[in-house]
Design a protein around this ligand. Structure first.
Ligand code: PHE
Length: 460
């Protein structure tokens, strides 16, 4: 009897007493922390560059409004209603069904993304340190390119940085929701905003400021390939941390007084703003020093060092930029870590700390392959993609949209409307119409868009 009571208490500890974000600002900063990441500062500018600038931006904004905001709200509803991790939330709401497989796919996606994300966070650390040491100067673009290639291909140097990044994240996640994640976001995100505003301000004074801004904001539809729509949707999911239960996990720590639609709108707009601001930093800089933005993933590591060194007090700009990138990335890495850790901790006898370390260990194994795919393992490819590229493609372009598709169907078709209404708590005379409209988006618009894009990309 005593044993049973102990077990029940333990169970309650793990499921009910899970911690909360203690303040509303903490909710916003932590959620923006997961959304704003490499996706905004590193991925968005090169994706825009690869896909013809302004026209892509328009498609992206469309995807944010049509899929992003409804998707974020849908995950918030699941998370806050169930107060459980990505898998158990579905088990609680839809017991005895197969819906929780969405959660498994999310935990898997979180793990796979971490496998290469942590490697890039590691590169960021290396560049931050090199910038601080004043070593990012005196080379040509080719030499910077060579320097990056050599570094990325090194058998263990990048992995040491990857491990350091993972340990920082472990340290935060192990401390729990309000004592770890919220505290870290409360310090890191305001720092991030100060740095990004300083850098954008500086951008306007660069010689090619106008050219860079025009490139970003002028829609040139002739350069927009159909695949860009798939990429825009992938980018939406990736940048908003959608489709993998990350927002389910975070919103499971929201208190009842958090307004879900408002929080979603704030997070999506801040995320989009940060992506545009990052591009506003990068394009004017790149154009001002005679370079091109269509450089792909290594843009910020191969091209920018040469750009910074040509600026007055370039060392300082370099340090600021890599610090910016690091802060953005580490808060997202923490959220990925949290998804897998929360699942593991709440479904095993391991405590939070041990779960976090176990996740780190497993991620490091995957990261070895991701990192070596720039060196020793670069010959291993599938569909012309290296292990690193495969992880990126399989998660951002497949797992996340598929996850988003099913989450949308789940909330739109399966979830009791009363739960949706209770979680949305819209105070408006026409609230029932707004809720109807929202459910229609989840039932029809969001899944159709995702499905159409898939069909198109397979047939096209
Ligand atoms: N949203 C993060 C970024 O923009 C990446 C991420 C994806 C984080 C999925 C968590 C979950 O970099």
């Amino acid at each position: 009897m005593l044993y049973l009571r102990f077990k029940i208490q333990n169970y309650n500890m793990a499921t009910e007493n899970r911690g909360n974000f203690s303040s509303k600002i903490g909710v916003i900063l932590a959620t923006v922390g997961t959304a704003v990441g490499l996706g905004n500062v590193w991925r968005f500018p090169y994706v825009v560059g690869d896909n013809g600038g302004g026209a892509f931006l328009l498609v992206y904004v469309g995807a944010l409004l049509l899929l992003g905001i409804p998707g974020v709200i849908a995950e918030f509803i699941i998370g806050r209603h169930s107060h459980a991790n990505a898998v158990d939330s579905f088990k609680k709401i839809a017991p005895g069904t197969k819906w929780h497989w969405i959660g498994y796919s999310g935990v898997l996606a979180g793990f796979l993304i971490m496998g290469y994300y942590a490697v890039v966070v590691g590169w960021t650390l290396e560049y931050l340190v090199q910038a601080c040491l004043g070593n990012l100067s005196g080379l040509t673009t080719e030499q910077y390119g060579e320097m990056f290639n050599q570094f990325a291909a090194h058998p263990f140097l990048p992995l040491i940085w990857t491990l350091i990044a993972m340990l920082v994240s472990t340290f935060v996640v192990a401390r729990g929701v309000s004592g770890g994640i919220e505290k870290a976001s409360n310090v890191l995100m305001p720092t991030f905003f100060i740095i990004i505003l300083i850098m954008v301000g500086h951008s306007f004074f660069l010689p090619a400021a106008k050219e860079g801004m025009l490139y970003l904001f002028t829609p040139n539809f002739s350069e927009l390939k159909p695949v860009a729509i798939l990429i825009a949707i992938g980018q939406t999911f990736f940048s908003l941390s959608l489709g993998m239960g990350c927002l389910i996990t975070y919103s499971s720590y929201f208190k009842k007084d958090v307004k879900l639609p408002k929080t979603a709108a704030q997070v999506v707009s801040i995320d989009a703003m940060v992506a545009v601001l990052s591009a506003m930093i990068i394009f004017p800089a790149v154009f001002s020093f005679g370079m091109q933005p269509e450089q792909g993933p290594s843009l910020v590591f191969k091209v920018l060092p040469n750009v910074f060194q040509q600026m007055p007090v370039g060392t300082l700009w370099g340090i600021l930029f890599y610090a910016l990138l690091f802060i953005a990335a580490i808060t997202s890495l923490i959220s990925l870590h949290e998804v897998v850790t929360a699942y593991l901790h709440e479904n095993s006898s391991l405590n939070r700390r041990k779960s976090a370390y176990l996740v780190t260990f497993l991620v490091m194994v995957l990261a070895v392959f991701a990192s070596l795919s720039f060196g020793e393992l670069s010959h291993i490819t599938l569909f012309g993609k290296t292990i690193f590229d495969l992880l990126d493609f399989f998660t951002a372009s497949i797992l996340l949209p598929v996850g988003g598709f099913f989450i949308s169907i789940f909330v739109g078709w399966y979830l009791d409307k009363r739960i949706i209404a209770a979680e949305l708590r819209i105070k408006h005379p026409k609230a029932h119409l707004i809720i109807k409209g929202y459910i229609f988006m989840l039932r029809v618009i969001v899944p159709t868009c995702i499905f159409a894009v898939f069909l198109y990309s397979i047939l096209g």
